[in-house]
Structures are given as structure tokens and as C-alpha cells.
Ligand binder design. Structure first.
Ligand SMILES: Cc1cc2nc3c(=O)[nH]c(=O)nc-3n(C[C@H](O)[C@H](O)[C@H](O)COP(=O)(O)O)c2cc1C
Length: 386
């Protein structure tokens, strides 16, 4: 079983991650992970923090001379802003009271319910951990999963489909080339005319002190049929992917394949018919199922789309209530993104990669890459003969 934990606050010294269950002998390089950390920091509409944080990962354990040893892999991403917060976020009680408590909960955030739930009268104790800063470590964790999937020829690609009501046209072509196009766009969208309109929409929202959400898409290529299962419903691949995607801060909806559109059409216009040829084996001419049937990968590309709500911190402040005075106030804003959908697509890739790595390990698991690869190759050969 592969699993992970993250730890760390938004303005603490660092984010930490532990990934357990990676097989021994896997090539793991900080530079590969750093590439995705840098991608997470790009995208039109990001606020001031991105200028401060230049995220890089340090692999602290579990890897020797570029290869995993089989033990837990420890990861660290330092918060460059720590110097300004070392007393305000200190673990040492001598610094208690060095920062005024945050008593004004922000709408759309964990602040108010978190204070009620954990019994804090300072929202900082909530917002520091609930913040999407945590996604930097999730991208690093997902980087280890991507490294594992690469061994099996599985790729994970994410891009933006929609921002503030502007949609891309149909996305055609193989995922790696679509992804390359998207990486050249300011908003990580492979459709260049839609990209320009999205940038304009973000610019207008910024001017109005507002924020925008959108939809990103993640496509996983190269999965063999049979990842996930129908035998217990908590093992369904679509269920696992949807749950993982919804765990990302600000995500409010998930579609697999045709998704919600399937609910509007008759069955004859939804289900992917099955064909066979000696050369290709079993195949389908369409992929409305988004690569998952009966809770299992069916061998087609896995296609997941995720809806992100607009960033809740607005320069045009929303109304809330001070928890001490119980008086209304309009939230004051320090700094915030106007739109983070392009960054969220990178987080989505990482999160999807981790789920696919988990189901791969469940099906082909072994203590070493050698063992896992042998199990994988044997199954692929067996499936090809079916
Ligand atoms: C990549 C990314 C960046 C984000 N940046 C911000 C931000 O700058 N300001 C903000 O208020 N919310 C931001 N959010 C969203 C909040 O973290 C999220 O809405 C909040 O924690 C409440 O969680 P919920 O929306 O899942 O209920 C971001 C989310 C993601 C995925």
C-alpha cells in the first residue's frame, strides 16, 4: 500500500511530507519534482505570494544515490517567508502574543467553522493549515507517484478547460502534445483563442476586486485495464479519483468522461461500443466513459474534470462578523490570487497521479521496482491474450 501524510503551516518554517510504500529501486530526483513545483507557481492571476516563494523540494530520507531504498520517503519544502513569521508562528511559548489574533473569519474559508470545531479564538490557528499552501507539498508527493508511473509508461497531464465562464473548444490530439500547448499558455489552456479571453476575464475580475473559478482537466494515459475494482465500492477507481480531487482546496465538482452531460443524453449516445481486431485486440471508438467502467480502468485514457470555485478572498470585501465584538465588518485583504485554476491543474495532476500509483501498487505491488515490473509485465501479457 502506498500512502502519504503532509504537515506544515502556510507561514511555518516548512511543509513536510512522508510517502510510504514506494518500491525500492525507483529513480527519484529533486529536479523532476521541482519542475512541477515551479509549474504550480505559474498562471495568470496569481497574487503576491508567488513572487516570494520559489518552491524547491529536499528529499530528506528514503532515497540513496538517486534510488529509493524501500523505506518512507521524507520530503521538505521550505517557506521562504518564514523569516517574517518566525516569532508570530513560533512553537516556543516565549513568543506567545507576538501577533494579534485574527478574529474576523473570512467567508468561503475554514476560519469560522474551524474555530468552533477546534476551540480557537484566533483564526490564524485555522487558516495556516487550511490554506492551499499545503498543495505545494501535495505536488511534491505527487511527483514521487509520477516517477513510479513513468516506469510503467503511464503519463498524467493537466490543463485548464474553463475560467470565469470562458470555455476552451473541444480538445483534440494526444495528451502529451495537448499538454505542451497548454504549458505555453498564460492560463495553461491548450486553446489559444480561449486563453486570450480567459486572461481578459481575469484582468476584468481583478479590476473589479473580484475573483474567478473554472474547470481543469486531467488525463491519465497508458493505464492497463483493471485498476480499481467493483467488488467493494470503496475500491472503485472513479470513487477514489473523485474523492481525491474533491480534497483539493476550493474544488466543488468532479466529472469523469462525459460526466454530467451523460445525464442529459439517451444511453445510445453515451456508452462506448466494444470492437475487436486481431491487431488491436479489444478497443472502443469513443471514450465517453473517460476510461473507467465498473470502477475499473478499461484501457482508454482516464479523463477527469474538476470544478474550482472562485477564490474566496476578494479585494471587494465580503461581509462577516467579528467573533469578539459580534459586530459586522467587511473583510480586509492582505494578498490573494484572483484566479488559481492554472495552478490547480498542476495540483490535480499530482493528486490523480497518487491515486493511480496506489491502485497500481495494489494490483502489482512488490517491495522492489523489479518485482512490481515483473508482475505488471506478466499481467499485461495475460490481458493481451484474452
Ligand atoms: C492552487 C490554489 C491556490 C489558492 N489560492 C487562494 C488564495 O490566494 N486566496 C484564497 O482565499 N483562497 C485560495 N485558494 C482556495 C482556498 O484555499 C479554499 O477555498 C479554502 O481553503 C476553503 O476550502 P474549500 O473551498 O474547499 O471549502 C486556493 C486554492 C488552490 C487549489
Amino acid at each position: 500500500m502506498i500512502r502519504y501524510l503532509t504537515s506544515g503551516e502556510s507561514h511555518g518554517p516548512a511543509l513536510m511530507g512522508i510517502v510510504e510504500g514506494l518500491p525500492a529501486g525507483l529513480k527519484l530526483a529533486e529536479s523532476e519534482i521541482n519542475r512541477d513545483l515551479a509549474r504550480r507557481q505559474t498562471g495568470y492571476g496569481r497574487g503576491g505570494r508567488m513572487a516570494i516563494e520559489k518552491d524547491t523540494v529536499r528529499i530528506l530520507s528514503g532515497v540513496r544515490w538517486g534510488l529509493t531504498m524501500g523505506g518512507p520517503v521524507g520530503l521538505m519544502v521550505e517557506n521562504r517567508d518564514w523569516a517574517n513569521w518566525s516569532e508570530k508562528m513560533s512553537a516556543d511559548p516565549v513568543h506567545a502574543g507576538k501577533a494579534a489574533p485574527v478574529t474576523r473569519p473570512r467567508p468561503g474559508h475554514a476560519d469560522l467553522t474551524g474555530m468552533i470545531k477546534y476551540g480557537h479564538d484566533d483564526a490564524r490557528n485555522i487558516l495556516e493549515r487550511s490554506s492551499a499552501r499545503e498543495t505545494a507539498m501535495r505536488v511534491a508527493v505527487g511527483g514521487t507517484a509520477k516517477a513510479l508511473l513513468k516506469v510503467f509508461g503511464i503519463g498524467v497531464h493537466g490543463w485548464v478547460r474553463e475560467i470565469g465562464g470562458v470555455s476552451s473548444g473541444d480538445i483534440k490530439g494526444a495528451a502529451p502534445s495537448v499538454s505542451r500547448k497548454a504549458e505555453n499558455s498564460l492560463v495553461r489552456c491548450p486553446d489559444s483563442s480561449a486563453s486570450a479571453m480567459m486572461v481578459e476575464r481575469i484582468e476584468n475580475a481583478k479590476k473589479a476586486g473580484d475573483s474567478l473559478g473554472g474547470v481543469f482537466e486531467v488525463v491519465v494515459t497508458g493505464c492497463p485495464p483493471g485498476l480499481g475494482s467493483f467488488v467493494q465500492r470503496d475500491r472503485t477507481l472513479d470513487g477514489l479519483l473523485a474523492g481525491a480531487m474533491m480534497s483539493i482546496q476550493a474544488m466543488k465538482g468532479v466529472e469523469i468522461g462525459m460526466g454530467f452531460e451523460a445525464a442529459r443524453r439517451p444511453g445510445s449516445l453515451v456508452h462506448d461500443e466494444i470492437f475487436y481486431s486481431a491487431k488491436k485486440g479489444y478497443y472502443r471508438k469513443s471514450n465517453n466513459a473517460g476510461g473507467i467502467e465498473g470502477g475499473m480502468s478499461n484501457g482508454s485514457d482516464i479523463v477527469v474534470r474538476v470544478a474550482m470555485k472562485p477564490i474566496p478572498t476578494l479585494y471587494k470585501p465580503l461581509r462577516s462578523v467579528d467573533i469578539v465584538t459580534k459586530k459586522p465588518f467587511k473583510a480586509s485583504v492582505e494578498r490573494s490570487d484572483a484566479c488559481a485554476v492554472p495552478a490547480a491543474a498542476v495540483v490535480g495532476e499530482a493528486v490523480a497521479a497518487f491515486v493511480i500509483a496506489q491502485v497500481m501498487a495494489e494490483k502489482f505491488g512488490g517491495d522492489s521496482i523489479l518485482e512490481m515490473k515483473r508482475n505488471f509485465d506478466g499481467y499485461v501479457e495475460q490481458a493481451g491474450r484474452f
